[in-house]
Structure formats: structure tokens, C-alpha cells
Design a protein around this ligand. Structure first.
Ligand SMILES: [Zn+2]
Length: 355
């Protein structure tokens, strides 16, 4: 018996009162209604110039279009987001829910959804580029630490350089360690940012989390000099402990970061068998997304909120080049023989919230 027949059979066995309840709940959850509601809530300004002066400009199919009075460009609630110009939307919905369910390898998820591996890869990073970073301020006791992953060029084609999996495992060989800075408070406001390949500097921390601490924050970390210097310059109460002691006593520990680090390392190094440094931050986003245990419509809302996803996605290679050249001692190597053109002026790359 098909799932549909089974549902119908079960439905007829309900009392009249229960039936109407179920019908009501189903209509509440119906995707079209939900989509309309989400869409309307997310057109607050023109995604091209951020002007709030725009008018409705007819519909194309189901989609409401708007025209900006300042820059004259036409847009919809999807412009600039993960869902912009997305084909195969029903498959995309399934893909998205599978991504929330588990860290499926590309081959497996492509097969489950019935798409090519290339599309699976593209969708993965379109989604992860659009899961908005938490930009809330940290409150109260806030843990900070950096964890590292080996520099990796996994998946890059056409390199004459043979060690795609990156560098040496020698302890202290910082120049092959991609540092992910984790900052998290006890209300679960979390930032995970790729900061540098090599030893973390005070300026790296500033670049990522400066100005995000509310009054009365206590920053907890081990005795990393850069963190101490950062805390001092931000005027933060810094509680530090020797790395070997793991805690400064009582509530002043970094257990939450330690748990995240363990989870993330298992996923990246074991489940996914290493990921390219270029996409490391996206995988940290994935980990955070799954940890938040959001449902599909909350994720849809998040994706529609983020209007610079398309720009992030298109300019990822340019931004990665900028990162390698400015924040590592590695040499940037162009992945394929074809010349690659950036769509964005170099001075604007720093503004894109990605590496
Ligand atoms: Zn505009």
C-alpha cells in the first residue's frame, strides 16, 4: 500500500472532530502558505542598493516581483539568496531536509535525491553560504579558543603540486594549520571563523569578533598571548588558565568549546575524510546548523534572510585567493587551467562574510 493510501485509510478511522483538527493542522503546514508568509516577511529593502523605496512590479508565475525606485532594478524575495534562480525546487527541498538529517557524503545524497554529484556539491555550498552567521553580541561568560585542521586543497583539480591533502603533521608546524576561531557564550551565541593558516594573532581575533562583547562579559581561555592582548584592547575581563589545567575553576572553563571541537573534528576528519580549507567555514556552518536543530521552514527563513549568498557563492574563489595571500604563508594556486575572473572588486572581498 502506498503511503498516500495508508494515510487516507488512517484518516477515515478518525472521529469527525479529529479529522477537522488534522485538516486544520495540514493547512497551517502547507508549504505554499508558509512560503508566501516567509517571502513577504523578507522583502525589506532592495537587495541591490538597500533602498527601502520599492513597488510591486507584477508576478512571474507564482513569484511576486518588485521594482526599486532608487536603482530601477527588478527583484524578488529570492534575489541574492540561496534560492535565487534555483531549478528543481522539489528536489532541493528533499536535499535540504537530508542535509539537516545527517552528514551524507556527496555520492550518497546525490543518489538519494536523483541529482548529479556536481549539483549536490553546488547545493551543499549554496545552502551553507546562506546560513546566516549569528551576529548577536556575546553575553556573560564567553569561551574563546582556536582549533586547527590541516591545510587542505581537497578536490582542487589541475594542481601540479601533489600534496593536495596539505602539510606536515609535525607538532608546532603552524604554517600548515588552518585555524578556526571559536567564540561562544552560555546562551549559545557562537561564532566559528577561519582566521589564518599559521599562528593566531591578535589582529585575527579583532577581525572576526571585535566589538561583539556586551557589558560585563568575561572572556575565558587558556594563556594564549594573542587572546590576552585582544581581551586587554577590548577592555574585557579575561579569565585564563594554563592549557594543561583545562579550567580556571568553577564556571570558568571552556568545556563548551571542547565539546564543539571534538564534534567538529570527528565530522570533518572522519565522517567527511577531510575537507578543503576553502570550504572549512561552510562545514563549521553545517555543524552549527545541525546543532541548532532547526526545522525546514526555519532554515528556509534563514536562507531567504541572507541576501548576499549569491555574491558569496560566486566570489568564493576570489575570496579564498585573498585569504591565502594575506593570512597564510601558502602559495595560492589556481585550480584549473582556465582563467578565472572575479566578479567583485578586490577591496570589497574583505566585506564578504566568508573565507
Ligand atoms: Zn535598488
Amino acid at each position: 500500500m502506498s503511503a498516500r493510501d495508508e494515510i487516507l485509510l488512517l484518516f477515515t478511522s478518525l472521529s469527525e472532530e479529529e479529522k477537522s483538527k488534522v485538516l486544520h493542522e495540514l493547512s497551517q503546514a502547507s508549504t505554499t502558505e508558509e512560503t508566501v508568509r516567509i517571502e513577504e516577511a523578507h522583502v525589506v529593502c532592495c537587495p541591490h542598493c538597500e533602498s527601502k523605496l520599492f513597488v510591486k512590479n507584477g508576478k512571474r508565475g507564482e513569484i511576486q516581483k518588485y521594482k526599486c525606485k532608487a536603482c530601477c532594478k527588478v527583484f524578488s524575495s529570492k534575489t541574492g539568496t540561496t534560492l535565487h534562480r534555483l531549478q528543481k525546487t522539489d528536489k532541493f527541498e528533499l536535499y535540504k531536509s537530508l542535509m539537516l538529517e545527517s552528514y551524507y557524503p556527496l555520492k550518497q545524497i546525490a543518489k538519494k535525491v536523483g541529482i548529479s554529484i556536481q549539483t549536490a556539491f553546488d547545493w551543499r555550498h549554496k545552502i551553507l553560504s546562506g546560513t546566516a552567521k549569528d551576529d548577536k553580541a556575546f553575553e556573560g561568560i564567553t569561551e574563546i579558543d582556536d582549533i586547527w585542521f590541516l591545510y587542505s586543497q581537497k578536490g582542487r583539480k589541475g594542481l601540479d603540486y601533489s600534496r593536495k591533502r596539505g602539510g606536515s603533521k609535525r607538532a608546532g608546524d603552524n604554517d600548515f594549520q588552518a585555524k578556526l576561531l571559536i567564540t561562544t557564550d552560555r546562551k549559545k551565541t557562537t561564532d566559528m571563523s577561519l582566521t589564518r593558516i599559521g599562528r593566531l594573532r591578535k589582529a585575527d581575533i579583532e577581525r572576526k569578533v571585535s566589538g561583539r562583547f556586551s557589558e560585563g562579559c568575561a572572556l575565558v581561555s587558556d594563556k594564549h598571548r594573542s587572546i590576552a592582548a585582544f581581551a586587554k584592547s577590548e577592555n574585557l575581563n579575561h579569565v585564563s588558565f594554563k592549557a594543561s589545567e583545562h579550567s580556571a575553576g568553577g564556571e570558568y572553563h571552556v568545556n563548551n568549546i571542547n565539546n564543539m571541537a571534538e564534534g567538529l573534528k570527528t565530522i570533518i576528519n572522519r565522517t567527511l575524510k577531510g575537507v578543503s580549507t576553502k570550504y572549512l567555514e561552510n562545514y563549521a556552518n553545517w555543524y552549527q546548523l545541525r546543532n541548532k536543530k532547526l526545522n525546514a521552514s526555519e532554515v528556509a527563513r534563514m536562507l531567504l534572510q541572507n541576501k548576499n549568498t549569491t555574491s558569496i557563492h560566486i566570489n568564493r574563489e576570489a575570496r579564498y585567493k585573498w585569504f591565502i595571500e594575506n593570512f597564510s604563508r601558502r602559495t595560492y594556486r589556481c585550480p584549473v587551467k582556465k582563467t578565472y575572473q572575479s566578479m567583485i572588486a578586490p577591496e570589497n572581498l574583505a566585506k564578504l562574510n566568508l573565507v
